[in-house]
Design a protein around this ligand. Structure first.
Ligand code: ATP
Length: 330
């Protein structure tokens, strides 16, 4: 039995976590959940939104399934998500984006995997007020981080039978920083002759994505562009309710939906658990529970095909009704 950390989060986190756990149990996957609380609700008791015990749990188990955690604004806490990524060195943010059955969008047959560098670039948080009217943010790109994320993208391509990696930068303007990221991607590409490689500028990439998303396979991006372009890709396939994600490092992996804690609909049994469930399917594959993952994927698709959907996708099912419909099909 594999022990997996479960971070239940807040807002809609507990509702969608409960739905997903019930579904995973029905699939027969052998998981011993190490449930950890984090976020706004634990601050009162423990003083911080991400207590050390949560990090220790992920370090012990190696893998976590996480639902959204709110970081209170303006109270001086580091973002829980950023802290998790930094402390566990989860350098790769992975976001597979593909159409789901019966989820109508502007595009069909989208199948893009976004690989985003997760530790540096403008998100390193190195900023200063130069004077009252000038602020400065420093963009850090290193050879080490650029090489390892490029390796991750090509390795993922090989393991998942993908055809092409497109590296996305603004190397014509940020010649040194994005130039280095591009140079590293080119260097790694040479080691993988069976995977096609191309370079795209980020502005052109955005236009191409909305004109013809089907041309793309794997996108490899530095942190800032990756953040923006991955949300664009989530929009191509139907939005936040279904967009899955994972943060992966050398030793640990945290699987989580892309969306936030959606306080506007929390506690109403309205949230769509699909994004969390899709993240859980990837987690199951990661821990080699492939049969269970496939059972759940098929049952999810059959449920959607039967027209059973939550309100965000135009349906009338509650979160728990949707989960029960999936369990019936398992
Ligand atoms: P954060 O800053 O934590 O990302 P946010 O407010 O920017 O939070 P979300 O919490 O993801 O973003 O919510 C954005 C909108 O999408 C809200 O109106 C929310 O109700 C909706 N939403 C997000 N996730 C879901 C979901 N799983 N099911 C249904 N609606 C959702």
């Amino acid at each position: 039995m594999k022990r997996v950390t479960l971070i239940k989060g807040d807002g809609i986190g507990p509702e969608i976590s409960n739905a997903v756990i019930k579904i995973i149990e029905a699939s027969g996957a052998q998981i011993d959940w190490d449930v950890q609380t984090a976020g706004a609700d634990v601050i009162e008791k423990e003083g911080v939104p991400l207590p050390d015990r949560v990090l220790e749990s992920v370090k012990n188990n190696g893998v976590a399934l996480k639902s959204p955690v709110t970081t209170p604004i303006g109270k001086g806490f580091r973002s829980v998500n950023v802290q998790l990524r930094k402390d566990l060195d989860l350098y790769a943010n992975l976001r597979p984006c593909y159409n789901l059955p019966s989820v109508k969008t502007r595009y069909e047959n989208v199948d893009i995997v976004v690989v985003r560098e997760n530790t540096e670039d403008l998100y390193a948080g190195i900023e200063r007020q130069v004077d009252a009217d000038t602020a400065e943010s420093i963009k850090i790109i290193t050879r080490k981080a650029s090489l390892r994320i490029a390796e991750f993208a090509f390795d993922y391509a090989i393991k998942n039978n993908r055809k092409e990696v497109a590296v996305v930068t603004k190397a014509n303007i940020c010649k040194l920083s994005d130039g280095l990221f591009l140079e590293c991607a080119k260097e790694v590409a040479k080691k993988y002759p069976s995977i096609a490689f191309r370079e795209v500028l980020v502005d052109n990439c955005c236009m191409q994505l909305v004109q013809n998303p089907n041309q793309f396979d794997i996108l490899l991006l530095p942190n800032l562009y990756g953040d923006i372009v991955s949300d664009l890709c989530a929009g191509l396939i139907g939005g936040l309710g279904i967009a899955q994600g994972a943060n992966i490092g050398e030793n640990y992996a945290v699987f989580e939906p892309v969306h936030g804690s959606a306080p506007d609909i929390a506690g109403q049994d309205k949230a769509n658990p699909t994004a969390m469930l899709m993240s859980a399917i990837e987690m199951l594959n990661y821990i080699e529970e492939r049969k269970a993952a496939e059972k759940i994927r098929k049952a999810l698709f059959a449920t959607l095909e039967a027209g059973i959907k939550t309100a965000d996708l135009g349906g009338s099912a509650t979160c728990s009704e949707f989960a029960d419909a999936i369990i019936d099909r398992i």
